[in-house]
Design a protein around this ligand. Structure first.
Ligand SMILES: [Zn+2]
Length: 292
């Protein structure tokens, strides 16, 4: 546990978890991977003599809501999140259906894609204050309606709007739902002027600029790679294969769904920017870069 101020703590791990503490009452920011994360949080609460009142979920991905079910059963705590994300949290089968684009293959039926369900008790709206000391900001892009939280000490929980250097170096392009929003959120973060920046996956930092640049660069690199791949007409499957070959990504069912979804979003982004186009040829959807 790292203490950032008299009210803000972060349990650092594969998914950083925030503890906002007021009079021994805790508002959690995300709940970690799974039941194990829930147990770990619950142990900390006991040791510190804190009472869990609320969980704020920044978005509905399983690695951010995995502890919800366990903690809500134990403490009957409130769960807050934004609209749309609330649907995925309450009906987690939407997550695997969304990622697969149909009824999911067996490889997606596990805790990485399918968290246990929990009850969202309240909806948070952007630019509203939460209990007079937390400000809710929109961080769309990585997922449909992701939010971030600014504390009264001006520390900002960034969820998955920006990824740590080690994550980008290891995995390359992160999961992105809406590329245009992802980039405009990164530009927004850069202007925040916070004291500490807390990405969910990455180190806490007081200077977010290098990380913002790195995240924008990885998107730009993928964009150029994709455009090069489709200098001649190709199907999505071929684009995905060639993209993975170039970047030494080895696909399995789960990676196919995650990387595949991001590549599809990249294709939409490039098509919306009139940089690429698709045609249907003998029932094949073929993508190609527009040359001027
Ligand atoms: Zn995440």
């Amino acid at each position: 546990m790292r203490q950032l101020s008299d009210t803000t703590w972060v349990l650092e791990g594969p998914c950083n978890i925030g503890f906002i503490v007021n009079d021994d009452e805790v508002t959690l920011i995300d709940s970690g991977n799974d039941k194990e994360a829930g147990r770990k949080i619950s142990k900390i609460l006991k040791e510190k003599n804190w009472e869990l009142k609320n969980i704020i979920n920044t978005h509905s991905n399983a690695d951010h809501i995995g502890g919800n079910n366990y903690l809500q059963n134990m403490t009957n705590c409130n769960i807050y999140t934004s609209e749309i994300e609330d649907a995925f949290i309450q009906y987690p089968e939407l997550e695997k259906a969304f990622l697969w684009g149909g009824f999911e293959i067996n490889e997606l039926r596990n805790k990485f894609f399918y968290a246990k369900k929990s009850k969202v008790t309240n909806i948070l709206r952007v630019n509203e204050e939460f209990q007079n000391d937390l400000e809710i900001i929109s961080l769309k892009g990585h997922f449909l309606n992701m939010i971030g939280i600014i504390t009264k000490d001006n520390d900002v929980f960034l969820a998955d709007s920006v990824f740590g250097e080690n994550i980008i170096d290891k995995y390359g392009l992160p999961f992105i739902y809406d590329v245009k929003e992802f980039i405009s959120t990164l530009k927004k973060i850069e202007k925040l002027n916070a004291r500490y920046y807390i990405p969910s996956h990455g180190q806490i930092t007081d200077n977010i600029k290098p990380l913002v640049i790195k995240n924008i660069e990885v998107v730009e690199k993928a964009k150029q790679q994709i455009k090069k791949i489709i200098s001649s007409r190709k199907t999505f499957e071929t684009i995905l294969k060639e993209y993975c070959d170039i970047n030494r990504i080895v696909l399995n069912g789960g990676q196919y769904a995650l990387v595949g979804s991001t590549i599809r979003s990249m294709l939409t982004y490039l098509a919306d920017g009139n940089e690429i186009e698709y045609i249907f040829d003998t029932n094949q959807m073929l993508w190609k870069t527009i040359t001027v």
